[in-house]
Design a protein around this ligand. Structure first.
Ligand code: NAD
Ligand code: UD1
Length: 338
C-alpha cells in the first residue's frame, strides 16, 4: 500500500506541484487546505494528472479538530507543510496575521502530529531567512537575520522544528529553503495563479506577454549587478517538487533532520528573464524602468551543494524551460483556474 503524505496547502502553487511529484514517486497525497489562496478546481486537475482520487480536507491548520480528523483515519508517513501566507509586503502591513497563520499554524500542526505519532515533516522555508547577504552564494551556515515579518516567522518555525526534534529523537524534519520557484507543470494544467496584480516577476511577465498588462516595470536599473537589474536564483517548480520527494527519502533513510537550500546555484537578472520569456513565448514583453522596490536585495543565489550531497538532488531544468512551461500555463489558462 502506498505511504500517505498529508500535504497542507496542497492546492496552492508549490503544494499542488508537489502532490503530482509525490504521486509520481508512489506516495498517496492527502490535501488539507483552507482555500484562503487557492481554488477547489485545482483538485480536479490534480486527480486528472495523477489518476489518484486525492482526498481534500477543507480546513485550517490552526484547527486541532480538523487536524485530528485528517491524521486519524490512516497511518501518515509524513506531513509536507506548505500552508502559509507568503507576501512579504503584506507581512509588513499585517505582521500579527502572518505570525498567527504561519507560526501558530505550524505549532498546532506539530502538536497534532505528536498526538498521532507522525514523525516526519517537510517544511517550506525560504531564502529570505538569510537577510542581507554577508557573502554570496548563500550557504546554509550563512547568518540567519531576516529583515521582514514573513522571514522572521519562517526563522521562528525553523527554530521551533529544531527544538521539537531535540526533544523527540523520533521526530525529523527537512527545512527546505526555497529560492525563487517559477514555471508550471509541463501539461499546462496546473500553475501559479496569483490573485489580483502579481507581485512576483514571472507571473507579471507572463501577463504582459499575453497582452493582459501593457508593460513590465523593472524595479531598479542601477544595482551593482552585471546589467544593473536585480539578480535571483529562479528554480523550476517541478525541480522544487521533486526535491521534496528527495527530502522525504532522506528523512526515511537517514533518520536525522536537515536545513537545506533549494535553488539552481545560479542567478539571472530581470532583463535576462524578460529576454528568455520573449524567446519562449514568441511575444514581446515591453518594459519601463521604475525606482527600486522597497525591501529588495540587489542579488542573491544559492549554494546548492548541500542538497546535491545530502538529498542527491540537483535542479535539472534551466531558464528556457521555466519560461516555456510558465508560458504554456499562461496561454492555456489566461484567467487562471476558473
Ligand atoms: P500559495 O499561497 O499558492 O499556497 C499556500 C496554500 O496554503 C494555499 O492553497 C492556501 O489556501 C493554503 N493556506 C494558507 N494558510 C492556510 C491555513 N492556515 N490552513 C490551511 N491552508 C492554508 O503559496 P506557495 O507559493 O505555494 O507557497 C507554499 C509555501 O512555500 C508557503 O509556506 C510559502 O511561504 C513557501 N515559499 C514560497 C515561495 C514562493 O516563491 N512561492 C518561496 C519560498 C517559500
Ligand atoms: C520575493 C520575496 C521573497 C520570496 C520570493 C519568491 C520580497 C522582498 N521577497 O522575492 O521573500 O521568497 O518573492 O516568491 O518581496 N521585479 C521587477 N518587476 C516586477 C516584479 C519583480 O522588476 O514587477 C524584480 C524584483 O525587483 C526582483 C526580481 O524581479 O529583482 C524578482 O522579484 P520577485 O519575483 O518579486 O521575487 P523576490 O523579490 O526575489
Amino acid at each position: 500500500m502506498a505511504a500517505t503524505v498529508l500535504v497542507t496547502g496542497g492546492l496552492g502553487y508549490v503544494g499542488s506541484h508537489c502532490c503530482v511529484a509525490l504521486a509520481h514517486a508512489g506516495y498517496e497525497p492527502v490535501v488539507l487546505d483552507n482555500l484562503s489562496n487557492a481554488r477547489e478546481s485545482v483538485l480536479e486537475r490534480l486527480r486528472e494528472l495523477t489518476g489518484a482520487a486525492i482526498e481534500l480536507h477543507r480546513a485550517d491548520v490552526r484547527d486541532a479538530g480538523a487536524l485530528d480528523r485528517a491524521l486519524a483515519n490512516r497511518p501518515i508517513e509524513a506531513v509536507a507543510h506548505f500552508a502559509g501566507l507568503k507576501s512579504v509586503r503584506e507581512s509588513v502591513e499585517r505582521p500579527l496575521d502572518y505570525f498567527d497563520n504561519n507560526v501558530n499554524g505550524t505549532a498546532r500542526l506539530l502538536e497534532a502530529m505528536a498526538r498521532h505519532g507522525v514523525r516526519r515533516m517537510l517544511f517550506s522555508s525560504s531564502a529570505t531567512v538569510y537577510g542581507v547577504p554577508q557573502r554570496l552564494p548563500y550557504t546554509e551556515d550563512h547568518p540567519l537575520e531576516p529583515v521582514n515579518p514573513y522571514g522572521c516567522g519562517k526563522l521562528a518555525i525553523e527554530r521551533m522544528l529544531e527544538r521539537a526534534a531535540a526533544a523527540n529523537p523520533d521526530f525529523h524534519y527537512a527545512a527546505l529553503r526555497y529560492f525563487n520557484p517559477v514555471g508550471a507543470h509541463p501539461s499546462g494544467r496546473i500553475g501559479e495563479d496569483p490573485r489580483g496584480v502579481p507581485e512576483n516577476l514571472l507571473p507579471y511577465v507572463a501577463q504582459v506577454a499575453s497582452g493582459q498588462r501593457p508593460t513590465l516595470r523593472v524595479f531598479g536599473k542601477d544595482y551593482d549587478t552585471p546589467d544593473g537589474t536585480g539578480v535571483r536564483d529562479y528554480l523550476h517548480v517541478m525541480d522544487l517538487a521533486e526535491a521534496h520527494v528527495a527530502a522525504l527519502r532522506f528523512l526515511e533513510r537517514e533518520h536525522r533532520s536537515i536545513a537545506v537550500n533549494l535553488g539552481t546555484g545560479r542567478g539571472h537578472s530581470v532583463l535576462e528573464v524578460v529576454k528568455a520569456f520573449e524567446a519562449a513565448s514568441g511575444r514581446p514583453v515591453p518594459i519601463e524602468f521604475a525606482p527600486r522596490r522597497a525591501g529588495d536585495l540587489p542579488e542573491y543565489w544559492a549554494d546548492a551543494t548541500l542538497a546535491a550531497q545530502e538529498l542527491g538532488w540537483r535542479a535539472a531544468r534551466g531558464l528556457e524551460e521555466m519560461c516555456r512551461d510558465a508560458w504554456r500555463w499562461q496561454s492555456q489558462n489566461p484567467d487562471g483556474y476558473v
